[in-house]
Design a protein around this ligand. Structure first.
Ligand SMILES: [Zn+2]
Ligand SMILES: [Zn+2]
Length: 170
């Protein structure tokens, strides 16, 4: 989505709403399998020299659970704040990550995408206590009991399971 610098200067306190499609290539390598269009509401304050854009972003996503691999829906809400300058940046502005933008149009898509990328959960779980998949037969342990003896699968876990047995005996 783009905002017009001259329009923002004319009407101080401008609010612009739009929706933005999240690029599929940015989903690769994440646990997001699907994302709705992102609803974007941006408040813009601008003078002839500086423009401040503050965006609120909301969308619906489908995650793949990191433990049981089932897909589940979730809401994603985040935001961004960017300052743009029409003149070449001073070193102070550079340090403050002000963006040099000499034209009249400001393209906000990169900032929308960046904020959403940062808000995507890593290791999403369908529920806090997701039981995951059986290591022997692959059954989803949230929905079925397979009866496999998984305690002997991994010798590294053997010591832990003994500790656990001791704790639960008491
Ligand atoms: Zn799960
Ligand atoms: Zn099993």
């Amino acid at each position: 989505m783009k905002i017009s610098w001259s329009a923002a200067v004319k009407s101080s306190g401008l609010t612009v709403s739009d929706s933005v499609e999240f690029p599929v290539e940015l989903m690769r390598g994440t646990d997001v399998t699907r994302m709705d269009r992102i609803a974007v509401t941006v408040g813009v304050e601008a003078t002839a020299e500086l423009c401040v854009a503050e965006g609120e972003l909301k969308t619906g996503v489908t995650y793949r659970c990191a433990r049981c691999l089932a897909e589940f829906p979730a809401h994603l809400e985040t935001g961004f704040r960017e300052v743009f300058s029409r003149s070449p940046l001073t070193s102070e502005q550079e340090q403050a990550e002000v963006v040099y933008c000499p034209g009249n149009e400001i393209d906000l898509d990169p900032y929308v995408e960046q904020a959403v990328v940062l808000a995507i959960q890593t290791q999403p779980l369908c529920k806090t206590y997701c039981r995951g998949l059986c290591l022997v037969c692959g059954a989803n342990l949230n929905t079925q009991v397979c009866g496999c003896d998984t305690r002997k699968v991994d010798p590294r876990l053997e010591a832990l399971s003994q500790v656990y047995d001791k704790l639960t005996e008491q």
